[in-house]
Design a protein around this ligand. Structure first.
Ligand code: SAM
Ligand code: SF4
Length: 329
């Protein structure tokens, strides 16, 4: 098992498949993009599948989430999903994507064994989408969402980040739209993980702001704590249910005590937390012909050193060197 000194057990693996992206969300990347990882530094499809196999068969991982960067840009994605679906025990598999290209790939991904998708969409207004992501692709995301629902990649979850002065007035509209379309909406508080270091605590839209705004139009009933388990989202029933809305309040209501995650970057580094400042190199082990047992041992040792919390509340907090897009959100 991947256990740490605080007794937490990691059963959820987030795998970043690429650091590249076709959007430039202002809270994530600068307009000009970033210095992408060089191809030889990226794990190959075989290396990724091997690490996931070790995680699933030797380390107790039950759920695998593919992310990035934009994971749909990874050419071998469908093949990777297919191979992971054939593992014993078969993990639950989901994908976090900006939705561009999902219209074309949703059915193939479902047929390969993908269970669910999370699609990121921050606004219902095409002009605001363009300002937020610096690309004119709003329509593609909406079509991607519909294709995911039609393919049965359900429940389709939608992730929204609210930015002051841009889309912070949209929470109730986004929820009304999600309820109507049978998407499960989750708001994510903006975190200090952008490459440009533009995050400011003052003025950020908090969980409290989001809930107050939603309550102007909806009745929200908290789901009980037990149902939440180790999920990062706190959830509420909307107008008595069955639809729900979630808020991931990493900054103002951290949930580190129940964290069950371990992360693998596209260049094969284990991270114990989004906010970790240290990484453990599994790629070097893979490429020096280490056996499965040795790789599992290195991974376990890395997780044993997981810190108690993100450190966001500590005045000496330092933003990790890697931005969100290179860690895998
Ligand atoms: N490109 C894919 C996407 O956008 O869904 C996957 C990677 S993205 C880094 C994963 C999630 O992180 C997205 O929902 C995105 O909105 C969120 N995200 C990115 N930067 C963030 C930040 N600084 N604070 C909070 N969430 C962020
Ligand atoms: Fe790309 Fe996702 Fe970052 Fe937006 S949040 S720039 S879609 S990686």
């Amino acid at each position: 098992m991947l256990i740490d000194t605080y007794g937490r057990v990691a059963t959820d693996l987030r795998v970043s498949l690429t650091d590249r992206c076709n959007l430039r969300c202002t809270y994530c990347m600068p307009e000009e993009g970033l210095q992408w990882l060089a191809k030889p530094d990226l794990l190959t499809d075989d290396e990724i599948v091997r690490l996931i196999r070790i995680a699933v068969t030797d380390l107790g991982i039950e759920e695998v989430r593919f992310t990035g960067g934009e994971p749909l840009l990874r050419p071998g994605l469908v093949g990777i999903v297919e191979r992971v679906a054939a593992l014993e025990p078969r993990p639950q598999m989901s994908l976090t994507t900006n939705g561009i290209g999902l219209e074309r790939t949703a059915t193939a991904l479902r047929d390969a064994g993908l269970d669910r998708v999370n699609v990121s969409l921050d606004t219902l207004r095409p002009d605001v989408f363009q300002t937020l992501t610096r690309r004119k692709r709003h329509e593609d995301v909406l079509r991607g969402l519909e294709a995911a629902r039609a393919a049965g990649l359900t429940p389709v979850k939608v992730n929204s980040v609210l930015m002051p002065g841009l889309n912070d007035d949209e929470a109730p509209d986004l929820l009304a739209w999600a309820v109507e379309n049978d998407y499960e909406l989750r708001f994510i508080e903006q975190m200090p993980l952008d490459a440009q270091h533009g995050w400011k605590r003052e003025g950020m839209i908090t969980a409290g702001d989001i809930l107050a705004s939603l309550r102007t139009r909806f009745t929200l009933t908290p789901e009980d704590e037990e149902a939440r388990g180790s999920a990062p989202a706190e959830r509420w029933l909307v107008d008595g249910g069955p639809q729900r809305v979630g808020v991931i309040a990493s900054v103002t209501r951290p949930f580190c005590r129940a964290c069950d995650r371990t992360r693998l970057t596209a260049d094969g580094q284990v991270r114990t937390c989004l906010f970790a400042t240290e990484e453990t190199d599994l790629r070097a082990a893979l490429r020096s012909d280490a056996g499965d047992e040795e790789i599992a041992r290195i991974w376990k040792l890395a997780m044993w050193g997981k810190k108690a919390g993100s450190g966001l509340d500590d005045p000496s907090f330092l933003q990790p060197e890697r931005p969100m897009s290179a860690i895998g959100g």
